[in-house]
Design a protein around this ligand. Structure first.
Ligand code: FAD
Length: 465
């Protein structure tokens, strides 16, 4: 074993780890970056970017099929699955190459290839070739797709987001397990590309929507494009000649079976902390093996270890991974230079999460709590919203909530242009604006954004005089 020492060991060269590494070096620390996998980041290689490439192809097919709405005959639409997947990979590879160039430009001595695990409170082993002593460590190991037990022996008929973008051609049929952001985005994309999709979820609310009304609209809209098996739990999966035979228990408790060409497991992404030896690092761990950490400083209780990005399972989205990485890297440098008291705890960003389906779903700010009687609500229904009708995307709604002073707190939505509405509201909430503040600002016409005024007016009207 080669022996080395450094100020800061960063475990994982994903979005969070790379940001942490740069911030630690900017803070004057001698940082080392350890990566076990192919690199390129989950976002660029198997996450945000390839999924959005697939979705864009699918939406192009969908738009061509539905051009009749506008009096345009596009003719029969033929999807060439091989070409669709080839473009996804080609464009994806450009994003990955950009990340890799950045990593390759780092000093060779600052990078170690291999899988790290803690061997003590200030030591790590990387595979069986390097023993690394550190003064602070940053866990930025990301998360991986969960594969439910019944699907474990399906061989190449089992897909996850790690493998689905590598398939040479589209399957005839696909069972998707999981109706959250990853599962629903990929399910709708596959359906629009002509794959017969069945989506299973033990819950009833797709896209992590909390609002019962929005969840019902989601079931209607997505159910028109794929078979929904909600309230269903898959209990068995077996390979057969046609593909995979799945058995599940439905909402009434009955046992049912069907056969699919492939299965996509999108039933959550547990953080990659199981084989890290966090107990050897002396950290206090919860029942899931996750360290007790402060969500603002990202410092763990019990040792000079910080945890950032999907690894801490707090807000598993890209912009949070990047920011948390920067905070963890800067704090690790402060810790090494001046001790734990020097660590800073910046204010958290406004929560923001999106699902890139059509219609899009998003949540922003604090989640709506129906039990909180102090909240004032405003709704815009997209059914009759001007721009939404122009685009023939007039379905769904946005529910906004504010406190008694009219200060905007959060929103949940399902509808057109939600990526823009949610982004817009995230800035307003972060700036502490009230509903009236926002109404006093310009809204261009005819935009989907101007629909927000309906919800804002309702909030102002609902405030105590
Ligand atoms: C299909 C899909 C679509 C998504 N779409 C979006 C989206 O549209 N918008 C959005 O905001 N987010 C999206 N996400 C989530 C987003 O990709 C993640 O939140 C983000 O990439 C997490 O970054 P990270 O740095 O925490 O982890 P990663 O980028 O996964 O980096 C972790 C790194 O740690 C390495 N590693 C793990 N264990 C070890 C070890 N023991 N030793 C050394 N190295 C190790 C891994 O190999 C990996 O390279 C999507 C995710 C998926 C899967």
């Amino acid at each position: 074993m080669r022996e080395r020492s450094c100020d800061i060991a960063v475990i994982g060269a994903g979005t969070a780890g790379l940001a942490a590494f740069h911030a630690a070096r900017d803070g004057g620390a001698d940082a080392v970056l350890i990566e076990a996998g192919p690199g390129g980041t989950t976002c660029a290689r198997v996450g945000c970017m390839p999924s959005k490439l697939l979705i864009t192809a699918a939406n192009a097919a969908h738009a061509a099929r539905h051009a009749e709405t506008f009096g345009i005959a596009a003719g029969p639409v033929r999807v060439d699955g091989r070409r669709v997947m080839a473009r996804v990979r080609r464009e994806r590879d450009r994003f990955v190459a950009g990340v890799r160039e950045g990593v390759d430009a780092l000093p060779a001595g600052a990078r170690i290839a291999g899988r790290a695990r803690f061997t003590g409170p200030d030591t790590l082993a990387v595979d069986d070739h390097t023993a690394l002593r550190f003064r602070a460590a940053i866990v930025a190991t990301g998360s991986s797709p969960a594969v439910p037990e019944p699907l474990r022996d399906l061989g190449d008929r089992l897909l996850t987001s790690d493998t689905v973008f590598e398939i040479p051609d589209l399957p005839d049929s696909l069972a998707v397990l999981g109706g959250g952001a990853v599962g629903l985005e990929l399910a709708q994309a596959m359906a629009r590309l002509g794959v017969s999709v069945t989506l299973f979820d033990p819950g009833t609310h797709l896209a992590a929507l909390r609002d019962d009304g929005l969840a019902e609209t989601a079931r209607q809209l997505f159910g028109a494009e794929m078979t929904l098996r909600l309230g269903c739990t898959v209990t068995e999966g077996e390979r057969d000649r046609a593909g995979v035979r799945l058995t599940w228990t439905d909402a009434s408790g009955a046992t049912r079976t069907d056969t699919f060409a492939c299965v996509l497991a999108a039933a959550g992404r547990p953080p990659n902390v199981r084989h890290l030896g966090l107990d050897a690092a002396g950290l206090a761990l919860d029942a899931h093996g996750l360290p007790d950490f402060d969500a603002r400083s990202l410092l763990c209780r019990g040792g000079p270890v910080l945890i950032a990005g999907d690894a801490n399972a707090d807000r598993p989205v890209l912009h949070e991974a990047a920011r948390q990485g920067r905070i963890a890297g800067a704090n690790a440098a402060r810790l090494v230079a001046s001790g734990r008291d020097a660590v800073e705890a910046p204010r958290r960003w406004t929560n923001l999460a999106m699902v890139f389906t059509e219609p899009q779903a998003a949540s922003v700010g604090t989640p709506y709590d129906p039990a909180d009687a102090t909240l004032v609500l405003g709704t815009v229904d997209f059914g009759d919203q001007g721009r939404a009708r122009i685009m023939a995307e007039n379905a769904g709604a946005l529910r906004l909530h504010a406190d008694r002073s009219g200060t905007l707190r959060g929103a949940e939505m399902l509808g057109p242009a939600c990526e823009h509405l949610a982004q817009f509201l995230a800035l307003a909430i972060a700036d502490g604006l009230t509903a009236q503040d926002l109404l006093d600002r310009p809204f261009y016409h005819p935009t989907v954004e101007e629909g927000l005024k309906t919800a804002l007016v309702a909030i102002v009207a609902g405030l105590d005089p």
